[in-house]
Each structure stands twice: as C-alpha cells, then as structure tokens.
Write a protein that binds this ligand. Structure first.
Ligand code: RB5
Length: 154
C-alpha cells in the first residue's frame, strides 16, 4: 500500500519506528514531516496527508499527534477522507470494517508504540464489510457536498 504519514511534536518520536515497521511490511511510505521534534501546528501536517489520500496519491494516511484528536479534526474536513482518533485494536478493526476509515490518527502521548503498531496492523489488514454499511458511508460522504442541505426533519 502507498501510505502517507505525518506527525506533530507530540507524535514525532513514534514516526520513525512506525515508518520502519511499515517499510518492513512492504508498504511504500511518504513522510510529510516534520523533520524534527520542534513544536509545530498539527493542521499543517494533517492537511497534506489528508489531501494525498483525497487525491488518490496515497491509499491510506497515518497521523500522530499527542492525542490523535486534532489530526482527525483537520483530516476529516478534507473531501473523501474518513479519519478518526484510534486508541485500541478493537476500534481499529471497526474503523475499517464499519466506517471504511482511510486516515488513522494515533496518540503519541497516551498509547504505547507497541500498541500503536498493533493498531496500525489491524487498520491495514481489515477489509470494509460493505453491506448495510455502504449506505451509511454514502451518508457520511454527502456532508462533503456543498449542495447537500442537510437531513430534513419531520
Ligand atoms: C500539541 O500540544 C497537542 O495539542 C497535539 O499534539 C494534539 O494532541 C492535538 O490534538
């Protein structure tokens, strides 16, 4: 898989070992920075990764900040992206199986590296289940359409 990755200072220490893990598994990794652990603004790093997934320059994205939350908030605003902060393997499984998630947002401060690697493995190997979840995904993605006026209430 082609995987785009970035962090902020809160996730920087995990970025290199995660890249090494991904490359060992045979994935092609594009590193969108940063190059060191200096304090940066996570939106500046979430955005290019999300856009790489949105434009099909990458198959999946991985973002690491202190909590994963800020990265997910930014990435989810980009067309075609389904991003979420994920802290355990069960959530990683369901994020793929039910939500067809394409940008995984990890915590560099509250989840160990080993646990994050297990989360990544689950994210990369679990298939979207489809079926009843297809229509729900379509309803998530209609929020990207500026012409969508919202769900009518009766
Ligand atoms: C940076 O201090 C921190 O806010 C960031 O890494 C992330 O946790 C934001 O959601």
């Amino acid at each position: 898989m082609r995987i785009a990755i970035a962090s902020d200072h809160g996730g920087f220490d995990y970025k290199a070992p995660i890249i090494a893990h991904l490359e060992q598994l045979g994935h092609t990794v594009s590193d969108f920075g940063p190059a060191d652990a200096q304090s940066v603004d996570y939106p500046d790093y979430a955005d290019p990764v999300a856009r790489a997934v949105s434009t099909d320059a990458a198959d999946r994205g991985i973002l690491i900040c202190g909590t994963g939350i800020g990265m997910a908030l930014v990435a989810d605003k980009v067309d075609g992206v389904r991003a979420a902060p994920i802290q355990n393997v069960n959530f990683a499984h369901l994020f793929r199986q039910h939500n067809n998630g394409n940008v995984l947002c990890l915590s560099g401060r509250f989840v160990t590296l080993d646990d994050n690697l297990a989360i990544i493995d689950e994210f990369l190997t679990t298939e979207f289940e489809g079926g009843r979840h297809e229509a729900r995904i379509e309803k998530i993605m209609r929020e990207d359409d500026p012409a969508f006026a919202g769900v009518a209430r009766s």
